[in-house]
Design a protein around this ligand. Structure first.
Ligand code: PLP
Length: 453
């Protein structure tokens, strides 16, 4: 990252604050909040030392979990707005940033093909999903919310929070029968599962759900931005599920995953604006200064950072939601990185792919001599630890536990001596991964040559 450019941008955001303050008469900070320059610096120095205990999320050597720093335009914009500290709960808490929020949310809605909609930012994908589940439960109070084992674990947790009955399906096969059998009122479909980045077949599920009056919620927290690549001529993602998104009842997307944002930014969209009535409350302390809708009126959360909306707005100005430039170009590269890595693994004598990547997440495991779940798990753990602690060129991967039988299905010789197998997982979510993937592969191979038995 160009830190000179960043400090210039941060400088602009500090100037903006000076300009803003100069509109009012000068004031001195109270002595109770005074902090000398020396003690501030000493504290920050201490913090720097504590923060050193981290992995290099910014670097392509980090090919583990879904983590990367925000873009510098996001940091500078966040900083600019944070100094004012608007609260997007109500229009009088953050008049300017509420407008920015409406603007960015409308951009997402357009990307998914929603015409009429309501939606807003949230502090995370979990809270955005909670909102969708809460609306689902309000509309079908007695019926179950259904999802599969691949669904993010927080759906189960949030169903418990709202007291909604739920059922975990082994698949969406025989869906009609399952809808009747379990009295299903809502189906959660994931586009880009957190573990392997797979798409669940939204396009197949929707017609069946519609025929039975069942709601469909699309959890596209991770995969949602890949919608940008679904209308290209030369396709590098399977477009079917994305093209069906405009028919889902609600959609969640996480700008703090693939939208270059700092944490604290999820988004929920509802296709039918009339669900807004479910939120209706007459909170006496909510101060209305305008007839316009306050975002807090259609949100389960109260206070939310207006700075998050400002940061996202600025980022989308720089990196528009388009296929061949802006965010689309970044995603094209991360997707290509995964395809390249997957291709390299197919040439390996030491590794096997677990499942072909739908997005930019690659899952693979070492081919041990005694080809059993326990041996593969042990070798995986060893690779994970040893590579991370490599004295010269550390490599940071992640691990994932999968059902041993799912490996045996594709590899009949695989011995299922324990029910789950630990495998390797790499989220290649940085465009820099595209050029770096051969290095990652070469280092894995070099390690395996001498260490995998
Ligand atoms: C990350 C993720 C979530 C949870 O979102 P948070 O922002 O981490 O709370 C939910 N669903 C999917 C598919 C995810 O990838």
């Amino acid at each position: 990252m160009d830190t000179t450019k960043l400090s210039e941008l941060i400088g602009l955001s500090l100037n903006a604050q000076q300009q803003f303050r100069s509109r009012w008469e000068e004031m001195n900070d109270d002595e109770s909040v005074f902090l000398s320059s020396d003690s501030s610096k000493a504290i920050l120095k201490k913090l720097e030392e504590k923060l050193a205990d981290n992995y290099p999320f910014f670097h392509p050597r980090y090919a583990g979990q879904m983590l990367k720093p925000p873009h510098q335009i996001a940091m500078a914009a966040y900083m600019m707005a944070m100094q004012i500290n608007p609260n997007n709960h109500a229009l009088d808490g953050g008049p300017a940033t509420a407008k920015l929020e409406l603007e960015v949310v409308a951009k997402f809605a357009r990307m998914f093909g929603y015409q009429n909609f309501i939606g807003h930012l949230t502090s995370s994908g979990t809270i955005a999903n909670l909102e969708a589940l809460w609306v689902a439960k309000s509309l079908h109070p007695q019926m179950k919310i259904a999802f599969t084992y691949s669904t993010h674990y927080t759906h189960r947790r949030m169903c418990k929070v709202i007291g909604a009955p739920y059922v975990v399906l082994d698949s969406f096969d025989d869906l009609e029968k399952k809808i009747e059998e379990h009295s299903i009122g809502t189906i959660v479909v994931t586009l880009g599962t957190t573990s392997t980045g797979k798409f669940e077949p939204l396009h197949d599920i929707l017609p069946i759900a519609r025929a039975h009056g069942v709601r469909v919620h699309a959890d596209a927290a991770y995969g949602g931005f890949f919608t940008l690549l679904a209308r290209q001529k030369k396709l590098i993602v399977d477009p079917q599920a994305f093209l069906a998104l405009n028919d889902a009842d609600s959609i969640v997307i996480d700008p703090h995953k693939h939208g270059l944002q700092p944490y604290g930014c999820g988004c929920i969209l509802f296709k039918d604006p009339s669900v807004g009535k479910l939120y209706k409350h007459d909170s006496p302390y909510t101060y209305f200064t305008s007839a316009d809708l306050h975002l807090g009126e259609i949100s389960l959360e109260c206070s939310r950072p207006g700075a998050a909306a400002a940061s996202l707005w600025a980022t989308l100005e720089a990196f528009p939601l388009e296929a061949d430039r802006g965010l689309g170009l970044i995603l094209t590269k991360t997707r290509q990185a995964a395809m390249k890595f997957s291709q390299l693994i197919s040439t390996s004598d030491y590794f096997l792919e677990y499942t072909p990547p739908d997005l930019d997440i690659v899952t693979y495991f070492p081919r041990t001599k005694l080809f059993s779940a326990s041996e593969v798990s042990q070798a995986t753990e060893k690779i994970f630890i040893d590579l991370m602690n490599h004295p010269v060129h550390p490599l940071y991967l992640a691990t994932l536990n999968v059902d041993s039988v799912s490996i045996q299905k594709k590899n009949p010789k695989f011995i299922c001596d324990i029910p789950t197998t630990k495998i390797l997982r790499s989220v290649l979510m940085k465009p820099e991964h595209l050029d770096f993937v051969p290095t990652i592969f070469a280092e894995l191979e070099e390690y395996a040559r001498t260490n995998i038995k």
